[in-house]
Design a protein around this ligand. Structure first.
Ligand code: NAD
Length: 259
């Protein structure tokens, strides 16, 4: 039985992850935490468990933590996992370079899997984008568009950036050197080699991603539409089961899916 602790347990993803764990006999919800002051702290989440406000308390005695919270919570969540030697799956998006440095540091002592998108379809899409980018070459312009629900606070989405990184990797360049977000203004003509991003926000969309390869006289379009957030919860829980007991290191969803 794999013991799982959920961070961000009162949130939309936390709730979906708890529901997913409940349907799997090989997994056990051993702890649930959210931020201090959240109105749901102290309320029940099934199996006699209540949501607490202490990541370290739930890390104790769990095999894997699943973190879908906020970038500001990452350091404390990694500390909790390192202190109690449990693995951690990080789905929180909006991570900056300093957060990735913290993850790299933690991955020297525990197993860490960070994924801006834990769905099977998007994981495969990223592999296809990388391949298309490598095969089509620099003459094809790459643009990435994404649509998310009205509550999403970071843009471009973590998934769009992950797809951009896959495209850049396929071309052997660093995304930071070629990424462009928004094209407002009068001196916004496209430069060769750019990877452009556009973000739309509205309604209840769980997440649409569209990657355009625009060549001379032809276009290739690769896209994915998430119909609900259960797909991310399913992937995150699958990743948690996969990473349990693994050696220290930084892992990706592609490894979970043997891609
Ligand atoms: P949400 O706002 O519904 O839930 C986030 C929860 O985290 C809230 O309950 C909040 O109180 C809690 N939280 C904030 N700070 C905390 C802290 N310091 N300690 C503990 N809990 C804390 O948001 P959501 O839609 O559930 O998304 C959460 C994160 O997951 C976002 O970054 C989102 O972009 C990301 N996300 C990732 C994927 C993926 O596939 N990787 C999919 C969907 C969402």
């Amino acid at each position: 039985m794999i013991r799982i602790g959920v961070l961000g347990a009162a949130g939309r993803m936390g709730q979906a992850i708890i529901a997913e764990i409940a349907g799997l006999p090989s997994l056990y919800l051993a702890g649930a935490a959210d931020r201090a002051g959240h109105p749901k702290v102290g309320t029940a989440v099934g199996q006699g468990l209540t949501i607490c406000a202490n990541a370290s308390a739930i890390a104790h005695g769990t095999n894997v933590l699943i973190d879908f919270t906020n970038p500001a919570a990452l350091e404390a969540n990694l500390d909790a996992a390192c202190t109690h030697k449990c693995a951690i799956v990080i789905g929180t998006t909006g991570l900056e370079p300093q957060h990735h440095a913290l993850i790299d540091s933690a991955a020297r002592s525990i197993a860490v899997l960070q994924a801006a998108n834990t769905s099977l379809g998007v994981t495969l899409l990223a592999a296809l984008v990388e391949q298309a980018s490598a095969r089509l070459g620099a003459g094809w312009d790459i643009e990435i568009a994404e649509l998310h629900h009205r509550h999403k606070i970071d843009a471009p989405s973590g998934t769009a950036l992950m797809l951009g990184a896959a495209a850049a990797h396929g071309r052997g360049v660093a995304l930071g050197d070629v990424a462009v977000s928004g094209r407002d203004g009068v001196s916004a003509a496209r430069r060769d080699g750019e990877i452009g991003f556009a973000s739309l926000r509205g309604g209840t969309a769980a997440g649409d991603h569209y990657v355009l390869f625009a060549g001379d006289g032809e276009r290739l379009e690769l896209s994915h539409r998430a119909e609900n957030r259960e797909i991310f919860a399913r992937g995150a829980v699958r990743a948690a089961a996969w990473i349990s007991g693994r050696a220290a290191g930084r892992y990706t969803m592609r490894e979970v899916l043997h891609l």
